[in-house]
Write a protein of this length. Structure first.
Length: 475
């Protein structure tokens, strides 16, 4: 009771017109879905007009989460604010504000005027969606060193001819904000965007966020378990505009209210909000840092470094849902939609089976099979070693069956190994390193299991055609 009264008091300060919007039944359903997903810490906010409801699981109102790619709408907002201030135009070539910026396509320089700020915001720049083409900055690397690696980068396609979601594009937007404003990204966003909007619990400096002691530690999935992430959570400063902002559920509920128009802001901010919502005709596209659907409204999510987050804003229904969690490898958008349906429509859907759970299950089973094969290899090796110590020698017996049995045994397992290594490139147009970063931890270990299975099959095949015979004695 005391905790509930404290939360209510906080809400009354943050949202003077707040009332509990969701029914107890809807809140209970959302809590059950969070538990079934085995999320260590989560926070859900439902904003309906001026009413805000929160569902907290092992968290509090001041718990902070890395919001990953949900950082992008903030960065786009900062760029659009600079445009409203008359310091740039999003139709400007990027090179006009970042003189070092130059790109190529098929080895030929792309004219500077062909790649604009608009292209970066809307993911139509041609900058590779495959981050392994341009590795993120190392923590020991300076910003200038990072920039030097970007000069004359090769584009995947000519600007404005296609769409490819790109974290690198938003890293460049962060550098552009610094160049135009004359401030660091953190200083500009904090002083000109976050604090003026009343977002005092949103941090564009990772060190400062963690210094509060309120950040929920990230987790990942692997081997049927929920594991604490051991990966370094601190991002290089160049990555923050694309996915390094930290925030709490109350601030993001307010941010959603700002976009719904239920939180009062200055005329300038109202213009920038409207600018970020400019729609095109039909389809699903990127605008103002958002993924925009004419059916579901504005949305964005993100996963990485132990976190999964999602936000949906429906201006048509005057409703928004925000979901924060400290568990990666979950279908966070599905949980968001379950919460949306429960809160808005009173429809209590259960979250669908998560492909990440299925993937982890299959990979874990593969790892267990690998262990069994490893035991069999050891047993066969011990048996062979005993024979060799007993005076046996290895003799190779050639026959046409050697080829037939190779096709039926080792060749199939080798083909499986090749497919396992190749499928990220074939099915996801990404690299194996990216899969290792973004898939359950069991994916990497499964590689060793497949190698063991291949070695086992070769060992068994060899044992059929290389026999251990007693050594002939000289008479």
């Amino acid at each position: 009771m005391k905790k509930s009264m404290t939360i209510l008091a906080i809400l009354l300060v943050l949202f003077p017109t707040v009332a509990l919007a969701m029914s107890a039944e809807a809140e209970g359903h959302i809590e059950r879905q969070l538990r079934s997903a085995r999320i260590p810490s989560a926070a859900v906010a439902v904003v309906q007009g001026g009413e805000v409801s929160f569902v907290l699981k092992e968290s509090s109102m001041d718990t902070l989460y890395s919001i990953q790619s949900l950082s992008k709408p903030f960065t786009a907002f900062g760029v659009l604010l600079l445009e409203d201030m008359g310091l740039l135009c999003i139709s400007d070539p990027v090179n006009q504000h970042l003189p070092w910026f130059s790109v190529q396509h098929n080895g030929a320089p792309v004219p500077h005027e062909d790649l604009t700020i608009y292209n970066l915001i809307h993911h139509t720049s041609g900058i590779s969606a495959n981050e392994n083409r341009f590795p993120r900055a190392d923590l020991s690397e300076t910003t200038d060193e990072f920039i030097s690696r970007l000069i004359d980068m090769e584009l995947d396609f000519e600007p404005s001819t296609d769409t490819a979601y790109s974290n690198m594009a938003y890293m460049i937007l962060g550098l552009l904000i610094e160049s135009v404003s004359g401030q660091s990204y953190d200083e500009f966003m904090t002083q000109n965007v976050l604090h003026p909007l009343g977002l005092y619990d949103t941090f564009t400096d990772v060190e400062r966020a963690w210094a509060t002691g309120r950040v929920a530690g990230g987790h990942g999935r692997g081997f049927f378990l929920i594991l604490r992430e051991t990966r370094v959570l601190y991002r290089h400063v160049t990555e923050i505009p694309a996915g390094g902002i930290h925030s709490g559920i109350a601030d993001l509920a307010r941010w959603a209210g700002i976009h719904l128009g239920t939180v009062e802001v200055s005329e300038q901010f109202a213009r920038v909000v409207q600018r970020s919502h400019m729609l095109k005709d039909g389809g699903y596209f990127h605008d103002g840092g958002w993924n925009i659907s004419l059916v579901s409204g504005f949305e964005h999510g993100g996963q990485g470094a132990g976190y999964s987050v999602a936000m949906r804003i429906s201006t048509e229904n005057n409703t928004a849902v925000v979901v924060l969690s400290n568990l990666r490898y979950i279908n966070i958008e599905n949980i968001r939609e379950v919460a949306y349906d429960a809160a808005i429509s009173g429809v209590f859907n259960n979250r669908r089976i998560d492909m990440h759970e299925i993937t982890d299950t299959l990979l874990t089973i593969l790892c267990i099979v690998g262990i069994v094969y490893a035991v069999l290899i050891v047993k066969q090796a011990i048996k062979l070693r005993k024979k060799l110590r007993g005076g046996y020698v290895l003799r190779f017996e050639f026959s046409i069956n050697i080829i037939k049995s190779f096709v039926g045994g080792p060749l199939l397992s080798i083909a499986f190994l090749i497919s396992y290594y190749a499928f990220p490139y074939v099915f996801f147009d990404t690299t194996r390193n990216s899969i290792l970063t973004n898939w359950p931890i069991s994916f990497g270990v499964a590689t060793a299991a497949i190698w063991i299975m291949v070695i086992h099959d070769i060992f068994v095949w060899g044992s059929k055609h290389v026999t251990a015979s007693p050594m002939r004695r000289n008479v």
